[in-house]
Write a protein that binds this ligand. Structure first.
Ligand SMILES: C[S@@+](CC[C@H](N)C(=O)[O-])C[C@H]1O[C@@H](n2cnc3c(N)ncnc32)[C@H](O)[C@@H]1O
Length: 212
C-alpha cells in the first residue's frame, strides 16, 4: 500500500526565501569574535524585562548566543549555543557552552524535556531551517515552557535569509509566529512590540509555550 508523503512545511514560501546572499559556511563568518552589543541600551533592557516576565530563571537555553544572554540575573543553569567559542567563553552567566551550526545541523544536542525555557536574541533571522530548529526546541523544553525570540531591525545583511531582508518589521513578527505554528509541539504564539512609542531601536518579541 502506498504511503502519502508528509506535508512539506516550507510550502508557500517563495523560492529562495531561506537562502542568504553569503552561502559560504557560517563557521567562516563567525571565526572572529565580536564582543559587541547589537541593539541599544533601552532595547537590551526591554529584552531583559521580557525574559524576566517569562521567568527565564531555571534551566535555560540561549540559542545563537554570544558573550551576553541579556538576562537580568543568572539562571540556575544556562546553556549557551552559538558559533564562536571565544564569545561563548566570555558569557559570565553560562554554565555550559556549545559551538553548533544550526543551519548545518538543526537537531539540538540535548535530551528531551531538559530545559525550563529558551531564548534567541536578535538572531532568528540567521536561521535557514527555522521550522526544524523550532521542532527541536519543543522537544528539549519541558511541557508548558516558553521559548522567546526577540529581535530588532538591525542585522548582518549577507547572512540573513532573503525573505527577512525583503520584508518589514510587521512581516517579521508574523513570520516568526508562523515558524511556531508550522513546527510541532507549540501552543499559539504571541507577538509583541515591547518598546512601542519609545525612540531608539525597536524591540519585538514572539514567544510561545510548549504544549502541556
Ligand atoms: C547578531 S549576533 C547575536 C548574539 C547574541 N544573541 C546577542 O544578543 O548579542 C548573532 C549570533 O547568532 C549566532 N549564529 C549565527 N548563525 C548561526 C548558526 N548557523 N548556528 C548557530 N548560531 C548561529 C552567532 O554565533 C552570533 O553570535
Amino acid at each position: 500500500m502506498a504511503h502519502e508523503a508528509p506535508p512539506n512545511r516550507y510550502t508557500g514560501f517563495p523560492d529562495g526565501f531561506f537562502s542568504r546572499m553569503d552561502e559560504s559556511p557560517d563557521a567562516n563568518f563567525y571565526l572572529e569574535p565580536r564582543l559587541v552589543t547589537h541593539i541599544d541600551e533601552a532595547a537590551i533592557e526591554a529584552v531583559q524585562v521580557c525574559y524576566d516576565e517569562l521567568a527565564m530563571h531555571g534551566e535555560i537555553l540561549d540559542l545563537c548566543s554570544s558573550w551576553t544572554s541579556h538576562l537580568a540575573r543568572r539562571p540556575a543553569r544556562l546553556v549557551v549555543l552559538g558559533m564562536n567559542e571565544h564569545e561563548l567563553d566570555c558569557n559570565e552567566f553560562a554554565h555550559e557552552r556549545v559551538v553548533h551550526d544550526l543551519n548545518v545541523t538543526p537537531q539540538l544536542p540535548f535530551a528531551d524535556a531538559c530545559f525550563d525555557g529558551a531564548v534567541c536574541t536578535v538572531s532568528v533571522d540567521y536561521l535557514s531551517r527555522p521550522i526544524e530548529v523550532f521542532d527541536e526546541l519543543a522537544r528539549v523544553l519541558r511541557p508548558g515552557a516558553p521559548f522567546a525570540c526577540t529581535f530588532s531591525n538591525r542585522c548582518f545583511p549577507t547572512k540573513v535569509i532573503r525573505g527577512w531582508m525583503a520584508s518589514d518589521d510587521a512581516f517579521h513578527l508574523e513570520l516568526v509566529a508562523e515558524y511556531f505554528r508550522r513546527a510541532t509541539g507549540w501552543e499559539q504564539p504571541r507577538m509583541e512590540h515591547r518598546n512601542a512609542g519609545r525612540s531608539g531601536d525597536p524591540l519585538y518579541a514572539v514567544w510561545a509555550r510548549t504544549e502541556r
